[in-house]
Design a protein around this ligand. Structure first.
Ligand code: GDP
Length: 445
């Protein structure tokens, strides 16, 4: 996501490098480059306007003229304005003082509500809650079954309509679901509701009736980020028809430009709480404006990376990895393989790599990254002796052909692996030194 915007901003910053001072003309050029980059990213005009005028004003102020390196100051300003436009502080879910907390999902059909209900259920459970999912989407064929499936995957119970508790009546299902939660001490209820393909009055009325029946603590408007600026129009319709307290951006994995993410806060005034980044239950994250801004500026989203890694590695492993990355131990081919295997467990390797700082230039390679590669690397490393894994420098020509034979690969594939291993080692070292300590590697080159 945000690939083109990242590239455009980074080109803008590059053109400022080496300038000792920014003239009025430099600032104007910079601002107009940023404006065009945002418009091309499908950001809504009011959001673009707010963004560029803030950048212009701050760039012209004493803040910059005093600075040693104006280009860095511009990066800082753009970073801060991106955080601002994405919503500033991360917003927590507001849990009710007296459980159950009721979270209602609203949005168009296909927006990703049912999938999100499963993801939310899983997340809530991991956070120590006892959630209940309620199937109030009786419009879309299969929506109830689909919720039961994702609930099953998440290990979260589902309240579905049965004779006696509201067959055919989504409002009744929602009401009895919440009553059931109260009785059985579920502390959070997630109510899935129906959406039509377009905004219509009947849909709005039904959502409003469910809202009135269950009095939600949060109404989350789920919107498909792939529809770009149209997300904003839909959001306005839901704001008028039902009202909502927060937004969930779904299919962010498919939103190459980022228009929805960058517009929705300015236009609706409501915070984004979560992002959905794929079809699997694990493709889900809390939305942190600061981390998202770092990703856009290609500073890498080290915090999210670390959080995700913590889920896959146990603490000792995590510590060991941190030490190795920092150069406090030898990072061997065996480790390289181990990390690749563990990363693979996390889901998409691409996504993980994309979060590393300075990966902007490697984006093309990432797009072509093949997860089966892990299997090939596995075969190659397993054909090496322990000594070779420990110290790849000893792998000479005859060892290379032996390993190639043993793993069913070619010598040039072995060469490729060894090159990539060296690159990864260097990259991890420099990341540990600069990137993780809050520097701005990628953006400034
Ligand atoms: P609903 O009608 O709002 O309940 O939408 P669904 O949850 O049924 O989702 C519609 C389609 O989008 C399904 O095929 C989902 O698998 C898919 N989907 C949902 N969330 C995401 C996401 O974050 N990324 C991608 N790529 N697909 C998603």
């Amino acid at each position: 996501m945000f690939a083109s915007l990242s590239d455009r901003l980074s080109a803008t910053f590059k053109s400022l490098r080496g300038k000792g001072r920014l003239s009025e003309a430099d600032i104007e050029t910079t601002v107009s480059q940023i404006r065009r980059a945002l418009l091309d990213a499908d950001v809504a005009v009011p959001a673009v306007r707010a963004f560029t005028s803030a950048v212009r004003e701050r760039a012209s102020s004493a803040e910059v003229s005093q600075a040693l390196n104006p280009a860095q100051q511009i990066v800082k300003i753009v970073n801060e304005q991106l955080i601002e436009i994405l919503g500033g502080e991360s917003r927590e879910v507001r849990f009710a003082k007296h459980p159950p907390t009721v979270i209602m999902l609203a949005g168009l059909q296909g927006a990703g509500k049912t999938t999100l209900a499963g993801k939310l259920g899983k997340w809530l459970k991991e956070e120590g809650h006892t959630p209940l999912l309620v199937a109030s989407d009786l419009q879309r064929p299969n929506a109830v079954t689909q919720l039961q499936v994702v609930g099953g995957q998440a290990g979260v119970p589902v309240w579905a309509p049965e004779p006696g508790n509201g067959v055919g009546n989504p409002i009744e299902v929602a009401r009895t679901g919440v009553a059931h939660a109260r009785e059985k001490y579920y502390d959070v209820v997630v109510v899935d509701t129906a959406g039509r393909l377009g905004v219509d009055a009947e849909l709005m009325q039904q959502a409003a009736d469910i809202r009135d029946a269950v009095n939600p603590d949060e109404i989350l408007f789920v919107v498909d980020a792939m529809i770009g600026q149209d997300a904003v129009t839909t959001a306005q319709a839901f704001a008028d028809g039902v009202g909502f307290t927060g937004v969930v951006l779904s299919k962010l994995d498919g939103d190459a430009r980022g228009g929805a993410a960058l517009s929705i806060r300015t236009v609706t005034g409501k915070p984004v709480l979560f992002a959905s980044t794929g079809e699997k239950l694990t493709d889900f994250e809390r939305f942190h404006p600061d981390r998202m801004a770092s990703r856009i500026l290609d500073m890498g989203d080290v915090l999210t990376l670390i959080e995700q890694a913590e889920k896959a590695f146990d603490e000792d492993q995590a510590q060991e990895m941190a030490n190795k990355i920092a150069g406090d131990g030898d990072f061997t081919l065996q480790d390289f393989l181990g990390y690749m295997q563990q990363m693979k467990q996390l889901g998409s390797m691409k996504k993980m790599l994309g979060m590393l700082p300075g990966m902007g230039q490697m984006r093309e390679q990432l797009e072509n990254f093949d997860e089966r590669e892990v299997v090939r690397v596995e075969a190659m490393v397993q054909s090496m002796t322990p000594g070779e894994r420990q110290n790849p420098k000893i792998i000479n020509g005859s060892r290379r052909s032996r390993i190639a034979k043993g793993s069913g690969s070619t010598v040039s594939e072995i060469n490729g692996l060894l090159d990539r291993f060296e690159q990864a080692k260097t990259m991890m070292r420099s990341m540990a030194r600069g990137g993780m300590k809050g520097g701005m590697p990628g953006a400034m080159g």
